[in-house]
Structures are given as structure tokens and as C-alpha cells.
Design a protein around this ligand. Structure first.
Ligand code: NAP
Length: 244
């Protein structure tokens, strides 16, 4: 059976990615940090609705040891983790000059160091088996830069650089590494936006709406599938044309 580990599977996009992979028959390791209730309820729903193995596993991705333990537990629960989706993240809007050292370390720690450490932990077994796929969730702000989100943009740009370099390094080992760069996607991450803000963003988007978590999930399932074996090191925009 194919297995996938999704970080941040208690969040909006992560939950949709988990459901989409379960629909394809994957065994699912659902990572969460604080929202265990949601992750355990989703694991139970996936087992019942899709008949797939599903386990909810906790880790703070700012902690290197917690990540090593997360990957070991996922492998113990499900077996070989052939697909890793690095999706966990936080958002913060601040003027550049107000960003504290702690804000910076948190942002880089979760998005970039967390992605690095999760990749490092799953890769030895992927390399040994000569198969695997890694999907990193970046952001359109990692491509273009977002005002008042310099630390977020820098972390997400770092994820793009990591993706491209790692794809070159592990291609001959049968492993693909790609990025999805979502645009505006309706999840709790947008809770600070008013409905008017969201309407304005929808109007600015060429397809005339903001995205759904399912829009991102279908791109992830595609990148993990057999039809995407010749795609690696790429940044796939899922943004309704907001960035072209
Ligand atoms: P979300 O609903 O807020 O979910 C965030 C997830 O990250 C949650 O599962 C949360 O876990 C986890 N997380 C937060 N801090 C963590 C930590 N220290 N250690 C481990 N996990 C942690 O956000 P989302 O919108 O689904 O975002 C998912 C990804 O898409 C993020 O990387 C985000 O940057 C990216 N993205 C989102 C948008 C958008 O418009 N929504 C656009 C572009 C890119 P708990 O809840 O269990 O604590």
C-alpha cells in the first residue's frame, strides 16, 4: 500500500490533502501540533469512510528531535512513507521593522527548517528503495514577495530553493521533489481578513474567486501520482491566475 505523511493535517489545506489521498487509497499519517482533536477525528473518519489506515501524530516542527520521532512513528504505524507533503505553516502580517528575532526564528523554523528536517528524515528509506515523492507547500508570496510578510515570503522562497536543489540531488535515486505555491486559499489562515477583503481578492483573481483547500489537494495528488514521474524541481502555482 502507498502511504503519505502530511504535516499540518489538522489545518484547512492539510485536511483536504489527507481526504484527497485517502480517496486514492493511500494510508495516511496525519501530523498535527496543537489540534489533536481535529487530527484524531479526521483519522477516524478516513478509516471509516475510505477503509484506509490512518494515524494522527503530534510534533512541534520547530523541534528537531520531535521531527525525527514523528517520522519514526509514522513508519512504525504505516510502513514505508513513499510520499511526504510538507504543508504545516503559520502566517503573520507585520511591518518589516516590527519583526522580532522570535517572529523570524518561528517563521523560518516551521516552514524552512521543518521542511528540511522532514525531508532529511524520510529520504534514507526512499533512497534505499529508489522511490518516493516530496511535495512542499510554498506560497505565491515565496515567488513574488508579499508586503508586510517579509519573513513569511523569505521562508517560502527558501522552500522553493530547497525544492529545486533537492530535486537535482535525488532525481537519480528515483525521487521527485516539487512545490505547490498556493494563492489565496480560504482556511483559518485568512481569519484576520474581512469578507470585503476576501471579495476584493476574488475580484483581483483572474478566475474570479479565491481558492479552496481542495484546489491545492488535487494538485498534490497529481504530483504524487504515476502521471507526474517526469515532473521534478517545479513550482506549481495554484492561484487562479493571481500570479502568472
Ligand atoms: P492552517 O489552517 O492555519 O493550518 C496550519 C497547520 O500548520 C495546522 O495543522 C497547524 O497545526 C500546523 N502548525 C502550525 N504551527 C506548527 C508548529 N509549530 N509545528 C507543527 N505544525 C504547526 O493553514 P493552511 O491555510 O491550511 O496552510 C497550510 C499551508 O499552506 C501553510 O504552509 C501555508 O503557509 C500555505 N499557504 C496557505 C495559503 C492560504 O491562503 N491559506 C496560501 C499560500 C500558502 P495545529 O493546528 O495542530 O497546531
Amino acid at each position: 500500500m502507498k502511504n503519505v505523511l502530511i504535516t499540518g493535517a489538522s489545518g484547512g489545506i492539510g485536511q483536504a490533502i489527507a481526504r484527497a489521498f485517502a480517496r486514492e487509497g493511500y494510508g495516511i499519517a496525519l501530523h498535527y501540533n496543537r489540534n489533536g482533536e481535529c487530527a484524531h477525528a479526521l483519522a477516524s473518519a478516513l478509516r471509516t469512510e475510505y477503509g484506509v489506515p490512518a494515524a494522527a501524530l503530534c510534533a512541534d516542527l520547530r523541534n528537531s528531535e520531535a521531527i525525527a520521532e514523528l517520522i519514526t512513528r509514522a513508519q512504525n504505524e504505516l510502513g514505508f512513507i513513499g510520499t511526504l507533503v510538507n504543508n504545516a505553516g503559520i502566517a503573520q502580517q507585520k511591518l518589516f521593522t516590527d519583526i522580532t528575532d522570535e517572529d523570524w526564528e518561528n517563521m523560518i523554523g516551521i516552514h524552512l527548517s521543518g521542511t528540511f528536517r522532514c525531508c532529511r528524515a524520510v529520504l534514507p528509506e526512499m533512497i534505499r528503495r529508489h522511490e518516493g515523492t516530496i511535495i512542499n507547500i510554498s506560497s505565491m508570496w515565496g515567488q513574488t514577495g508579499g508586503s508586510c510578510e517579509v519573513h513569511y515570503s523569505a521562508a517560502k522562497a527558501g522552500v522553493i530553493g530547497l525544492t529545486k536543489a533537492l530535486a537535482k540531488e535525488v532525481g537519480l535515486s528515483g525521487i521527485t521533489v516539487n512545490c505547490i505555491a498556493p494563492g489565496v486559499i480560504r482556511t483559518a489562515m485568512l481569519d484576520s481578513f474581512t469578507e470585503e477583503d476576501l471579495d476584493a481578492l476574488a475580484e483581483e483573481t483572474p478566475v474570479g474567486r479565491i481558492g479552496t483547500p481542495e484546489d491545492v489537494a488535487s494538485a498534490a495528488v497529481f504530483l504524487a501520482g504515476d502521471g507526474a514521474r517526469f515532473i521534478t524541481g517545479q513550482v506549481i502555482g495554484v492561484n487562479g491566475g493571481f500570479v502568472v
